[in-house]
Design a protein around this ligand. Structure first.
Ligand code: WTA
Length: 655
């Protein structure tokens, strides 16, 4: 970001009515939080969350870094999202506008969502599911997907949603790690006009073993296709809920009771089950919807994320419902039946706030440039007032296009930086308060003590790039890694910082003049492909699991115009290095193998075969050299420690 970078001030009319109105209001909130963090979070937790038993303690840091928030209060997440709104008179208000892949639209009121969630909750209770039990949800975007999450929360069961694009193997690992007693799925899912399996993949996952904890598989009907069915293990959702009462007393849980586990990738090891607590998480979900999206009673909010990711948790399943908002839930993909789908839906539903990922924007720019008919200019997008971006850095060119062509130059873009672990927005503009600079996520959300430090934890002056940390605990932070508290402590509160700071895993730099943050990317071996987080190790493990073929593999990321980063794998086979057609065929075989092991999102874009990998004399793979090769750069780094320098040329040539 240069000094001359364009600043976009908040539109005057929007700022005047915004929940946080003007920079001075933002500064006041920051000052309040800095002066008395507990007083600040306590005030907001009373304002934004409904409690069964009010808390008297805000922060309990006696077991730091296992921080606890509001821990003598009790509440229920689903009551907060449903009854609380109905008691405010919103029972008939539309909670969800569900649009199916084929365009069919269903409106679901708060009252109807409560009834559906209650019936599912009663059915789960009848099957013996109780507080603290884990339930895996493997479903596509659907009304029942949201209702199932609410149903779990209602009875105090801990849900773990697994993205419907993950393979049987990845699903199995997650089921096994949670020790779930039940899996909720659907017969099939529909995306882009295609029917894709769900139930069959659950069967395959369970057949792989290690899932003895699963007593039942509950199956929603989506397409009506014939699917294998194993009584008495498998049960149809509709048959289960039909006889159930529409009333269901919520299970009042302690604020620290886990609301959900969500698996995400780290730089090493298997995906980790990020555990979130009920009270603190709900506070931040509601608060960020109110301030970052400035959500109001008449807004139509649309977050395009999937409920399989954290964005779909906080900004579909919980946050908007906490505020009694109306939101769009979309089953399909942005390019079906054509790449104008998003714009068409914004026009049709009069969406006012639109939240999507840079990858989607970049691919829709390409599509619009290739085909005028799907350009946003062809649609009436006048209803929009705020745009959002999430999941990866948004490059200034995409930002400017989004601002101009989707937002008509009048809608602020909130570039929200956060992570699965943080529960909600950490660094983000507030639309009525923050001047925007394309490519910068601007300033910390009030109360979030973000900072840029060096390797020893010393805060760096503005203008110097370093490591992004958070210096104070906050209510929606990760509580632990399921079943692995040591990994949580070491990974997020490392000893280099004396265990004082939360380590985000990203690098950042603050602008020398404004102090605005720009995220410079992961500092670990985590890749971000189309906004999906993946560990290089995970993909390497998948490749070497093909034991008949692969001897060794190293995976790195390289920049990609559309997906942000692309996966590049360097592979040594247990046979002579293939070339030409044979190399192509083997690369394809390996791609499909990775799709089967993890899911299609983890397929390497490039696979290069070598006789060896560049290694130091002590046998360490030199990834920085592989990164240069993957980018097509000339190697300028010092290669004197390399055992086998000739390999670089070979890898650079093969493709
Ligand atoms: C990246 C997604 C730049 C970052 C909510 C982070 C971003 C990781 C942004 C978390 C942004 C997310 N600008 N980078 N606005 N938002 N990231 O857990 O590297 O899937 O650590 O959570 O995405 O990905 P996760």
């Amino acid at each position: 970001m240069s000094d001359t970078a364009a600043l976009y001030p908040p539109p005057t009319a929007l700022a005047a009515k915004a929940h946080v109105s003007g920079r001075a209001a933002y500064d006041r909130l920051v000052a309040e939080a800095d002066a008395d963090p507990e007083g600040y979070w306590g005030r907001l937790a009373r304002e934004y969350v409904g409690w069964k038993t009010p808390f008297t303690r805000v922060l309990d840091d006696s077991r730091a870094p296992f921080f606890e928030w509001f821990n003598d209060g009790t509440l229920n997440a689903s009551w907060n999202c449903l009854e609380r709104n109905i008691e405010r008179g919103l029972g008939a208000k539309t909670a969800l506008i569900f649009e199916a892949d084929d365009g069919a639209v269903t409106h679901v009121s708060y009252r109807q969502l409560l009834v559906r969630a209650n019936r599912i909750a009663n059915a789960l209770r009848a099957l013996g599911v109780k507080k603290g039990d884990r339930v895996v949800i493997y479903m596509a975007m659907s009304i029942d997907g949201v209702a199932a999450m609410q149903a779990c929360a209602r009875i105090g069961a801990i849900h773990s949603v697994v993205f419907g694009g993950f393979s049987a193997h990845a699903l199995r690992d997650r089921i096994a790690d949670t020790g779930a007693c039940l899996v909720i799925t659907a017969d099939q899912q529909v995306r882009g006009g295609k029917q894709l399996p769900l139930k069959a993949i659950v069967d395959e996952a369970l057949a792989q073993g290690g899932c003895a904890s699963v007593r039942h598989v509950v199956v929603a009907r989506r397409t009506g296709a014939a699917v294998p069915f194993q009584a008495p293990r498998d049960l149809w959702l509709n048959e289960l809920v039909d006889g159930q009462s529409e009333h269901c007393e919520p299970e009042w849980v302690e604020a620290e009771h886990p609301l959900f586990l969500l698996y995400t990738s780290g730089s090493t090891g298997t995906p980790k089950g990020v555990q979130h607590a009920t009270g603190g998480y709900l506070l931040h979900a509601a608060l960020t919807c109110h301030w970052t999206f400035d959500m109001k009673a008449d807004d139509i909010f649309w977050c395009t994320a999937d409920i399989g990711w954290v964005t779909g948790h906080t900004y579909i399943a919980y946050g908007p419902l906490m505020l009694g908002a109306t939101q769009i839930v979309f089953e399909g993909v942005p390019t079906y039946p054509d790449a104008g789908r998003f714009w068409k839906m914004i026009e049709a539903h009069r969406a006012t706030i639109f939240y999507t990922a840079p990858t989607a924007i970049r691919s829709l720019i390409k599509a619009a440039e290739a085909n005028e008919a799907v350009h946003p200019a062809r649609y009436d997008l006048a209803s929009l007032r705020i745009l959002g971006s999430v999941g990866e850095p948004i490059n200034p060119a995409a930002w400017t296009w989004y601002h101009q062509h989707v937002g008509g130059g009048r809608c602020p873009i909130v570039d929200t930086f956060w992570q699965t672990e943080t529960g909600g927005h950490m660094i983000t503009p507030l639309p009525g308060a923050t001047d925007l600079v394309p490519g910068s996520c601007t300033l910390p959300f009030p109360g979030i003590a973000a900072a840029v430090v060096d390797e020893t934890g010393n805060e760096l002056p503005w203008g110097q790039g370093g490591i992004l940390v958070v210096k104070r605990p906050w209510p929606s932070m990760i509580r632990t890694i399921w079943g692995n508290p040591e990994r949580f402590r070491k990974g997020y509160f490392p000893e280099e910082f004396q265990g004082r700071y939360y380590l985000a895993g990203d690098g950042a730099i603050r602008d020398a003049k404004t102090g605005y943050f720009t995220i410079t990317g992961r500092i670990d071996d985590v890749l971000n492909v189309s906004g999906h987080r993946m560990g290089t190790m995970e993909i390497e493990s998948a490749l070497v699991a093909k034991t008949d073929l692969v001897a060794e593999a190293a995976v790195v990321g390289r920049p990609d115009d559309t997906t942000g980063e692309a996966i590049c794998a360097f592979v040594v086979l247990k046979r002579p290095r293939p070339t030409g057609e044979e190399a192509k065929a083997l690369a394809n075989e390996l791609r499909n193998w990775v799709a089967k092991e993890i899911g299609p999102i983890a397929k390497p874009k490039d696979i290069r075969f070598g006789d060896n990998l560049p290694k130091t004399r002590s046998g360490k793979i030199m990834r920085r050299l592989l990164r240069s090769i993957a980018k097509g750069e000339a190697i300028t780094q010092d290669t004197s420690t390399l055992e086998n320098p000739a390999i670089l040329e070979q890898l650079a040539q093969t493709n």
